[in-house]
Design a protein around this ligand. Structure first.
Ligand code: ZN
Length: 248
């Protein structure tokens, strides 16, 4: 669908978490792009869920569903979440329109468009499983039918190359680093737009150049204080407000 024909420049993003200011900064940093691939958790934690959904839908995009998107539309037992996440989820659910709920409900949990798979969590459990380590990555390659898989969920920018995870290795790319498809099959996490957790508070993204077979990683500063103000005005839990400033 999107991949066939001419080479395209794809903005690969994940875990926006209703942080509109970070989302806008990432889009500006990625321009020009042909399409956005969003790996789930558009909403949850942040102060602007409706606006983030609307902005995504205004662009050419593909999007898979995340666990927080499920939570916001009541398709998840909230006992799975800690109290802070439960409060934020209740706020988000109340903020969404009927149309937003329809949109989130219709999102697929996996998109396969050879040579690429898109999921939120992992090939094995597309919405739920976290891939933090080479061992979990190794197990998931057995379930991957394509050359690369973009995923999110951990909020940590990382690359797991098939032959490297067999040796217990993984990569945590820095801004400007890139991965080439010729290096081997890979699971690729661009990091989080709206709530990074790798100690760098800047919004994270990746650019996939399908013609060159290359994925380049980037970070962009955004006005964290403004997002924090929006969260305070919304009455969202203070720990969620504070963590944005430290990138964890
Ligand atoms: Zn998330």
């Amino acid at each position: 669908m999107i991949m066939k024909g001419r080479p395209v420049r794809v903005a690969v993003i994940s875990d926006i978490h209703a942080n509109l200011i970070a989302f806008e900064a990432v889009l500006a940093a990625c321009r020009p792009f042909d399409v956005v691939w969003c790996l789930g958790d558009i909403v949850g934690y942040g102060p602007r869920p409706r606006e983030c959904i609307a902005l995504l839908r205004s662009l050419p995009y593909l999007c898979v569903v995340g666990n927080h998107d499920y939570a916001a539309i009541g398709r998840l037992n909230l006992d799975e979440f800690n109290p802070v996440a439960q409060r934020a989820t209740a706020w988000t659910a109340a903020a969404l329109t009927v149309d937003d709920v329809s949109f989130l409900t219709a999102l697929p949990n996996r998109i396969i468009d050879d040579p690429v798979t898109l999921v939120h969590g992992s090939p094995r459990q597309p919405v739920w499983e976290y891939i933090y380590d080479p061992r979990t990555a190794r197990e998931n390659f057995a379930l991957l039918d394509t050359a690369i898989c973009f995923l999110g969920h951990t909020h940590i920018c990382s690359v797991f190359v098939e032959h490297e995870v067999r040796q217990g290795r993984m990569r945590q790319p820095r801004p400007g680093d890139s991965y080439q498809m010729s290096e081997g099959r890979a699971l690729i996490n661009p990091g989080s737009v709206g709530q990074p957790r790798d100690g760098d508070p800047r919004a994270a993204y990746a650019i996939y150049d399908t013609g060159a077979g290359r994925v380049e990683f980037g970070r962009v500063e955004y006005d964290i204080a403004s997002t924090q103000r929006q969260m305070e005005e919304a009455g969202l839990p203070a720990p969620l407000v504070r963590r944005l400033a430290i990138g964890y």
